[in-house]
Design a protein around this ligand. Structure first.
Ligand code: GLC
Length: 462
């Protein structure tokens, strides 16, 4: 491919990428079981229904809450993200030379898996093949894969062993779009190319679902430029379920799948959802990107996913040799330390009917409220608009009692240390007879104000 062709293709890709994001958002936003037909009547669309046996298969996943996403491939050598080939117009011939260099150190995945376990994560999802088309497994359909290039070994097999070695569940990311494949480039308009390419996709998925033992989660991505019919998505997913009856599948093959996939945001919905997020601003390794999210933010994100019924899939981007950037390690260790001290504040919590406070957020388990103090205020802090008296309160991590009283409508925590006991987020739990419901701002500000005016009018404005 010459440079001009490459540039044109990449521009088309990028334009398509934007369209894809919009369409995914639209699909994600749809209710899974029904869709509105043009006539305005509600019809059943099988593509928007969760696959059979959804409740049973989702059980482990709903309890897991926290997973690790790993973007790893040839792009990890360049350190400018996984879209570098498209963004910089790198011709196929040039980009594919990276395969002669890509030879991560043996069992690099063991470090990732240990890190995931230490962070309190329960499952991992690695890119077996990203949009650049390079397969980390031994594809039967191309030589453009790790075992047949410099690495000389099956990196998916190493990954799978490492994940299981740490007692975690194995997930696989698989890109349908493939910038390396001539057939993919033609598949929209050329029926022969489409058949060949889609057969290959089904064949590679069959390999992945057959050769690596039990797979917990399949994460499709980049279903461009075909639709569900073009990818034969129903047939593809039926095959996956036949080979892996317990697997859960995401919603990026133009089918509803088992869960939706908000990206870089937390969007609770009625159906199951998994929010995937980067640790800095890159999925694939970004050498110059130092915009790391602090542990405080990550813990808050995890808790918000959990209490709103979703999972948090947090990404790491290892370097080309498989090593994990130092900041990633430090941040995930801090998060893991917090989760091990405060796991109860992640598992089994729902949202509380308290939302207004400065630097504190809340969740609930029966009549116990969890107070996540993000910004420690010193010796005391207060939550307004509360009517229920606390029975007792304590630090979640140590079990040590905390002084907590109701003064009027103010719930006051006092006699606290000057410095936050937890350097990430201190969690205090308080038990009540019935779970408190905070008065809304409307009730607290507007109603008294109207009352004031009413009283003044009654007095004849003094
Ligand atoms: C976006 C990116 C893709 C990445 C994915 C993860 O779709 O384009 O590269 O793998 O997010 O959710």
């Amino acid at each position: 491919m010459d440079n001009a062709t490459s540039r044109r293709d990449c521009l088309k890709l990028l334009a398509a990428g934007a369209g894809w994001a919009t369409t995914v958002a639209a699909l994600s936003a749809q209710e899974p079981s029904t869709a509105k037909a043009n006539s305005g009547t509600t019809v059943k669309d099988p593509n928007l229904q969760e696959p059979p046996d959804h409740e049973r298969r989702m059980q482990w996943w709903r309890e897991a809450k926290f997973g690790m996403f790993i973007h790893f491939g040839l792009y990890s050598i360049l350190g400018r993200g996984e879209w570098v080939m498209a963004i910089e117009d790198i011709p196929v011939e040039e980009y594919q030379q990276l395969a002669k260099q890509f030879n991560p150190r043996p069992h690099a995945a063991r470090e990732w898996a240990r890190l995931a376990r230490d962070a309190g994560m329960k499952y991992m999802v690695m890119t077996t093949k990203h949009h650049d088309g390079f397969c980390l497994f031994n594809s039967n359909f191309t030589d453009y894969c790790a075992p047949k290039q410099a690495a000389g070994r099956d990196l998916v097999a190493e990954y799978v062993d490492a994940v299981r070695g740490e007692g975690l569940r194995v997930g696989m990311y698989f890109s349908l779009m493939d910038w390396h494949s001539e057939d993919w480039r033609k598949c929209k308009t050329d029926a022969d190319a489409r058949r060949k390419f889609v057969d290959r996709v089904h064949g590679e998925l069959r390999q992945l679902m057959s050769n690596y033992g039990k797979i917990a989660e399949l994460w499709y991505d980049g279903a461009f430029p075909l639709d569900a019919e073009g990818w034969r998505s129903k047939e593809m997913n039926d095959m996956v379920f036949q080979l892996q009856p317990d697997i859960v599948i995401n919603n990026r093959s133009w089918m509803a799948g088992d869960f939706s996939t908000p990206e870089q945001s937390i969007e609770a919905s009625k159906r199951d959802w998994e929010s995937c997020m980067t640790l800095n601003d890159h999925w694939g390794y970004g050498a110059a990107d130092n915009n790391w999210k602090p542990p405080k933010t990550l813990v808050s994100n995890l808790a918000h996913c959990s209490m709103n019924g979703g999972n948090y899939l947090l990404n790491i981007g290892p370097k080309g040799d498989g090593s994990v950037p130092e900041q990633t390690v430090d941040i995930l260790h801090a998060v893991g330390g917090w989760v091990s001290r405060n796991g109860d504040a992640i598992h089994g919590v729902t949202s509380a009917k308290i939302s207004q406070a400065d630097g504190v957020f809340f969740s609930r388990k029966d009549n116990t409220i969890y107070f996540y103090v993000q910004n420690w205020q010193g010796n005391s802090f207060t939550i307004g608009g509360i009517h229920e008296k606390p029975k007792s309160a304590k630090y979640l991590a140590s079990g040590k009692a905390v002084k907590c009283e109701l003064n009027g409508t103010r719930l006051v925590f006092s006699d606290l240390p000057e410095k936050s006991p937890d350097d990430v987020v201190t969690v205090i739990t308080a038990e009540f007879e019935t779970a408190p419901v905070q008065d809304s701002m409307g009730t607290r500000i507007v109603v008294p104000f109207i009352q004031l005016i009413h009283d003044e009018v009654a007095k004849g404005w003094g």
